[in-house]
Design a binder for this molecule. Structure first.
Ligand code: K1U
Ligand code: ZN
Length: 167
């Protein structure tokens, strides 16, 4: 039985923690990654960062397939922007900011480097929604949230609504 983890909700200050690099590739990392994946599937997400389940390591899970059977794991992911002039706008959601979607513009051409759960290094140029999702998730690992891309007024409205919903 895989454990479902609790997802932190904005404005929980723990979401602002900067995650540490993973340096141990063992069974406990793998078990934790599968608990994250299970949590992501249960909550209907296409991605999840360890920060969102209050574990501050650089680990992301993702599945952008329609069939929900193509899980991907990104350990210590980093990217560089290949074209400073090419952007893509996407209406993003966030499991830590439930009920809100925001149109966010992000670089469209990136080169992504990461390790898998065994510690092997990969380099790729992602396409489509993976490009958007990986940037959103790496933001989480750096303590950044999609609400940071909206106006102060909108952010404070979202904060108020989520605080009201919680209490
Ligand atoms: O990180 C998260 O909070 C998960 C988030 C990831 C994400 C979605 C859209 C753009 C960028 C990053 C979600 O998965 S929210 C759910 C969602 O937006 C979605 C769910 C199913 C299909 C398509 C989108
Ligand atoms: Zn998110």
């Amino acid at each position: 039985m895989i454990e479902k983890l609790r997802i932190l909700r904005y404005p929980d200050p723990k979401l602002r923690t900067v995650a540490k690099k993973v340096d141990k590739f063992d069974k406990s990392l793998e078990n934790f990654a599968y608990s994250m994946l299970h949590t992501m599937y249960e909550d209907g997400g296409i991605g999840l960062a360890a920060t969102q389940v209050d574990k501050h390591i650089r680990l992301i899970v993702m599945d952008v397939s329609e069939s929900r059977d193509e899980p991907r794991f990104f350990v210590n992911p980093e990217y560089k922007i290949l074209d400073n002039k090419s952007f893509f706008s996407y209406e993003e959601g966030c499991l830590s900011v439930p009920g809100f979607n925001e149109l966010i513009e992000r670089p469209n051409k990136i080169e992504l480097k990461w390790q898998d759960l065994q510690g092997n290094t990969h380099i790729d140029k992602p396409e489509g929604i993976v490009t958007v999702c990986i940037q959103h998730e790496i933001d989480h690992l750096d303590g950044k949230l999609m609400v940071d891309y909206v106006s102060d007024l909108k952010r404070s409205r979202i904060k108020k609504k989520l605080e009201k919903y919680r209490s």
